[in-house]
Design a protein around this ligand. Sequence first.
Ligand code: UGB
Length: 598
Amino acid sequence: HKNLHLLSPQQVELAKMLVEKGQSHLFEHWPEPGVDDGEKKAFFDQVARLNSSYPGGLASYIKIARELLADSKAGKNPFDGFTPSVPTGENLSHGDENFIKFEEAGVREAQNAAFVLVAGGLGERLGYNGIKVALPFETITGTCFLQNYIESVLALQEASYRMTQGGQKKEIPFVIMTSDDTHARTLELLESHSYFGMKPTQVKLLKQEKVACLEDNDARLALDPQNKFRVQTKPHGHGDVHSLLYSSGLLYEWRDAGLRWVLFFQDTNGLLFKAIPASIGVSATKGYHVNSLAVPRKAKEAIGGITKLTHTDGRSMVINVEYNQLDPLLRATGFPDGDVNCETGYSPFPGNINQLILELDAYIEELKKTGGGIKEFVNPKYKDASKTSFKSSTRLECMMQDYPKTLPPSARVGFTVMDTWLAYAPVKNNPEDAAKVPKGNPYHSATSGEMAIYRANSLILRKAGVQVDNPVNEVFNGQEVEVWPRIVWKPTWGLTFADVRSKVSGNCSITQRSTLAIKGQNIFVKDLFLDGALMIDSIDEAEVKVGGSVQNKGWILEKVDYKDTSVPEEIRIRGFRFKKIEQLEKHCTEPGKFELKA
Ligand code: UGB
């Protein structure tokens, strides 16, 4: 009370609310007026931010926390009354007629989409010091994830416009959700690279706030151990993206501009855009309000399983069940073996890759009701079986894929399963943990993430008629991976399978030890024999024909150990680097037609 005069009227109301909600411990240690007054004001500035950034404010946060903590203490099953079953969705097979049809529909529709990248996580599992979107997704060209995402969106924008010539040229909005952990570095990455060719006005950054930590089952807010005039905070999870989009007003702006789709995706999946055109096509063709992208999942793999949950009261929903919950849920509902593979060698539940396509109108209608609030959960680490105290403070968390949980039964919720080699190769695990992944399960490391790009590009070229040599198996950082020829191309060159097919012809072959980088839109490969390294670069106004026999010493993959700190972190976490011995390089910087016949 003695300090109340320091506060604004709104802050006095906040203080009263906190006292009523059992939070007086937050001020018990406060000294007399005149001592640390600046810190006291800063404390309330922080509390006001925590209050305004949470839907329903801190009072609501504390109330929900008490309920969830009581449920957790009582060991209540969040799936009480629900029985899991395998849902049905769209299964796509890359390169067949159906796939090509969906890709075409997707590219046509892409100009009506907005893309949202959730990149507020630091990636504790990876343990990388920088932001994850700045990591190279392949090290032939060193292109980082963010650049690949932006260039892919721009390529989609151009391709979509070309397909619907005569229409108005639209800019596809690109949103990045950041957090205090990633915001400044994301902005700096964009600014220092001229937004990788996108107009700065086309990119919007939305920063998520952390939420208050909880120190006990009564949901008493925890003070920061470093500063007793601050509440300790932790990330709330990627589910924040929905409330942030809603409160930003962007959804209405997009609707007014005639957009129909919002796509959500994660920070480190270099294969992502190979799956995007076809999956937008599925959403548009099937009229899905929610379309989750999925891949076949190995039992116990650390990705959620897409599951149909049917309640005893008749309700049902198709939803992601997180990897740590699927096994206990199955065991509790008549599947005594839990999360195991079926006769296909995979779990019958498709793996969630957390790439969602939401239909904008239905999304807005839902958010009008919820404000973007997503069903939360709490995961306290208890000191002992009495569950009365925590090892360290906890907080409420939420996940973006839990959005369908509040949808009415009329909502059309579907999913699209794609081949893993085409759609999913995230970089989430550090080398040490990746090396311990059970044999047959994916490593999800920087090593496997980069090798997956080369495998996918090799397989796509094979399907387009190129003779690509088989891979060899090699071990990097303790992980055995397939090493295919190292092939990369720019999104404008091979956005869809139809694009790739239109750019390779004749008798082409590529040996296993080869490296190929195609860095231009109008590069046509015909009758090429490649055994070495070839890099071709061209401006959009140039048309380049490449063929003949290219043989040189090429680029060699050299092993590096992740513990070798003399090598930059983004390289050593892969366990290899390129030693550039010899290559054929061609840069076409002038408009016109060129022929490169080696
Ligand atoms: N992220 C944020 O933007 N803010 C946050 O507060 C937290 C994260 P992780 P996770 O694809 O293999 C997800 O940590 O949460 C961003 C799915 O829940 O990489 O362990 C962050 O920057 C799971 O079902 O993944 O697991 C990143 O871009 C499964 O699909 C993204 O959110 C799994 O991913 C994901 O964060 C998977």
